[in-house]
Design a protein around this ligand. Structure first.
Ligand SMILES: NC(=O)c1ccc[n+]([C@@H]2O[C@H](COP(=O)([O-])OP(=O)(O)OC[C@H]3O[C@@H](n4cnc5c(N)ncnc54)[C@H](OP(=O)(O)O)[C@@H]3O)[C@@H](O)[C@H]2O)c1
Length: 348
């Protein structure tokens, strides 16, 4: 008999609170697993989706199940999967926004793709692991996909490339993961954050960090790139479109004025008409790695060993957002207040 499933549903496009109720239990296809969720990360896109709905993902059918970040234990495996067994502790990127409700995170049992799932060692708690999925996926899409920065893939024994990457927004969830992935791939990383997070982002591997609110930040970073070969930039900002416009412009100006790759992977929206001649840029869709070689490069060939050996940290820090599916709406409100080098996590 199938387990009984429950979800936090977004019942209609205009629903202002999630509704907890029964949900179907969906068995996996040959390349999927079912995970009994134990911790769920809350992303900006989750509460933005509730507020803006079809403006963000116009194809969404309601009722729907939001959420991208899960950590829990494997309960059922697709017929072609050999990398996992029932009971394994895993972290996975749920793709409900593009793949339908069975693959949304905010339920007791989620269906996830094998190529976006990684085992987690006993030393890592479910709450720690749940900060990773969408953030590492988005960072990996921007850094490694061939039509983005196309960086060398990460390993636990990186070979220095001699190139330097700009990660704008090192204390964001995406930024914490971008720094570590780039360092694991052999790149030097220059980043930005508030001064209170300078030590934190250095601890993730950044070699230099600049205050993004300094009036001279662009000139200071350009000076830091002098004599270096740039691998390009990943631009990560926040919620405010005006702030994001400033972030993307700074990144474009820095790659334009540095030697090396003149490309910005954009985690936030940007205006392509403002790109100077010779600079490329592309908006990242954080789940695109499910369809290409980057998914397994990260979730199969890098993250399991990197977590096991402690060379990749679960960052940012989890911020307790409550227990149970009923807590998710309150956790959204906590996320809306803004976080600093933290991600709101709900335990189940
Ligand atoms: N395209 C995609 O697929 C995708 C996927 C996920 C996220 N995103 C986007 O990526 C952005 C970051 O998301 P997230 O979840 O990683 O964010 P988050 O963890 O909520 O980010 C919080 C951090 O933002 C930093 N920050 C705020 N304004 C900044 C600025 N002007 N420059 C640099 N850092 C700034 C703050 O750093 P300090 O505390 O140091 O001040 C804070 O720690 C959002 O805009 C989100 O929508 C896109």
């Amino acid at each position: 008999m199938s387990p009984t499933n429950t979800a936090a549903w977004l019942t209609t496009e205009k629903a202002t609170s999630l509704t907890v109720g029964p949900a179907p239990y969906t068995p996996p296809s040959p390349t999927q697993l079912v995970v009994r969720n134990r911790a769920l990360g809350i992303n900006l896109v989750d509460w933005a989706m509730q507020m803006m709905s079809s403006a963000l993902f116009p194809w969404t059918q309601y009722p729907t199940i939001l959420g991208s970040d899960i950590a829990g234990e494997v309960v059922e495996l697709g017929s072609s999967i050999t990398r996992f067994k029932p009971g394994d502790r895993v972290v996975a990127t749920a793709t409900g926004l593009t793949s339908g409700t069975a693959q949304g995170a905010f339920q007791t049992y989620s269906v996830v793709a094998e190529n976006l799932t990684s085992p987690i060692p006993a030393s890592v708690t479910y709450s720690q692991a749940a900060v990773l999925p969408l953030a590492i996926s988005t960072a990996a899409c921007g850094l490694f996909q061939k039509d983005y920065l196309a960086l060398q893939h990460p390993t636990v024994t990186p070979k220095p490339t001699g190139e330097t990457l700009l990660v704008w927004g090192g204390a964001t969830s995406v930024g914490c993961n971008a720094i570590q992935l780039a360092v694991g791939a052999g790149y030097e990383v220059i980043t930005t954050s508030s001064p209170k997070n300078f030590d934190y982002v250095r601890g993730l591997g950044a070699s230099a960090v600049f205050d993004y609110s300094s009036p001279t930040v662009t000139a200071d970073i350009l000076a830091a790139f002098a004599g270096k070969k740039s691998a390009g930039a990943i631009a990560i900002g926040g919620v405010d479109p005006a702030v994001n416009a400033a972030v993307t412009k700074a990144c474009v100006d820095i790659v334009a004025g540095s030697e090396g790759r003149k490309f910005v992977a954009m985690a936030v929206q940007f205006d392509p008409t403002q790109l100077p001649e010779g600079v490329g840029a592309k908006f990242i869709f954080g789940s695109d790695l499910k369809d290409n070689e980057v998914g397994p490069a990260v979730f199969e060939h890098f993250l399991p060993k990197a977590l096991e050996e402690g060379v990749f940290k679960c960052a940012p820090e989890p911020l307790e957002g409550g227990h149970g599916l009923e807590s998710i709406q309150e956790a959204f409100e906590l996320g809306k207040k803004g976080v600093s080098a933290q991600k709101v996590v709900v335990t189940l």
